[in-house]
Design a protein around this ligand. Structure first.
Ligand SMILES: [Zn+2]
Length: 315
């Protein structure tokens, strides 16, 4: 792995696809995989695959192999070996200790219910991110158990330019508050793991679904606190079904059928607004992907937050 990483020129584009092994790929995840692949390959860059497998209760044993087989069937071939986040827990802990030593973290004893019932969250809709009200910022009450370590956020907004969604500004203290990087059981959280993994894999361009746009300011804040560089961000349109619902494993989106790879790739290219000619489906997956690399153009995707599957295709 390390030997592979050092081969890449320092400034070349390095993209990645980081699925959670919690279910097979669906059309929404194939679009994210293809978009990040084409973006990297169009620039002559590398494309890496990472299994985001630290949320162990949700992992489905063996599904990582199914995901990799689907990528292979669709001619989305990755560089180097597959990176498993669960094999890098010591890196998350080292980053955690760096933040702790710098005084950027504080222990928190608040339960989810206490945070949810706090007046700052009275207007929140179900499923919306809870705002941490700052209860333990100046010290956790001694009698409460340790439930998490939180990273302090600033009151000034974090600004960044997303290559597709435009200029973004997120004042973390108002949108999420001080956020969890590690829970009381020692489990490191997604935001910290992602930032450490992107740094370890030397990712220069993060291409993923726009449903993760809201995580970006937290990740930038972590990069700043850890002294890491900041990758370029491109948030692709979220793929919705014909009824307007986001495709997701939780909602039971249909798994990708590997025997229909050419058709799947043409649908994915259409959802990425690449306007593939209709007769492209008669080509092999490798030929379709080559067409995609050559023609990759992000301009039609500008400020497009979502893309709808045609009603006739399976979701
Ligand atoms: Zn607290």
């Amino acid at each position: 792995m390390t030997a592979n990483l050092t081969k890449a020129p320092a400034m070349s584009c390095r993209g990645r696809f980081a699925p959670s092994p919690t279910g097979p790929l669906h059309m929404g995840s194939l679009v994210a995989a293809l978009g990040s692949y084409l973006n990297a390959r169009h620039q002559g860059g590398n494309w890496l695959v990472r299994m985001d497998d630290i949320d162990t209760p949700r992992n489905v044993p063996g599904i990582d192999k199914t995901i990799l087989r689907t990528l292979d069937h669709h001619a989305l071939h990755w560089d180097g070996s597959v990176y498993y986040s669960s094999q890098h827990l010591e890196d998350y802990e080292a980053a955690f200790q760096t933040l702790k030593t710098a005084g950027a973290l504080f222990p928190c004893g608040c339960s989810r219910r206490e945070i949810s019932n706090h007046p700052v969250n009275s207007a929140r809709q179900p499923g919306q991110t809870l705002i941490y009200p700052g209860t333990c910022r100046d010290g956790k009450a001694k009698q409460t158990p340790l439930r998490s370590y939180r990273l302090r956020v600033a009151s000034s907004p974090i600004r960044f330019k997303d290559r597709l969604q435009g200029l973004q500004s997120d004042c973390l203290i108002n949108s999420v508050g001080d956020f969890v990087v590690k829970d009381g059981h020692g489990q490191h959280h997604y935001q910290l793991a992602t930032v450490v993994d992107d740094q370890r894999q030397q990712i220069t361009e993060v291409v993923r679904g726009a449903d993760l746009l809201a995580s970006t300011a937290r990740q930038i804040h972590l990069q700043t606190q850890l002294g890491y560089g900041r990758p370029v961000y491109l948030h692709l349109p979220v793929v919705k079904d014909a009824l307007g619902f986001k495709l997701s494993k939780q909602q039971g989106a249909t798994a990708i059928d590997d025997s229909q790879a050419s058709q799947n790739l043409v649908i994915a290219l259409t959802l990425l607004a690449q306007q593939p000619p209709g007769d492209l489906t008669s080509l092999t997956p490798a030929e379709i992907v080559q067409w995609g690399i050559y023609h990759w153009d992000t301009a039609p995707l500008m400020r497009m937050p979502s893309a709808a599957l045609p009603p006739t295709s399976a979701n």
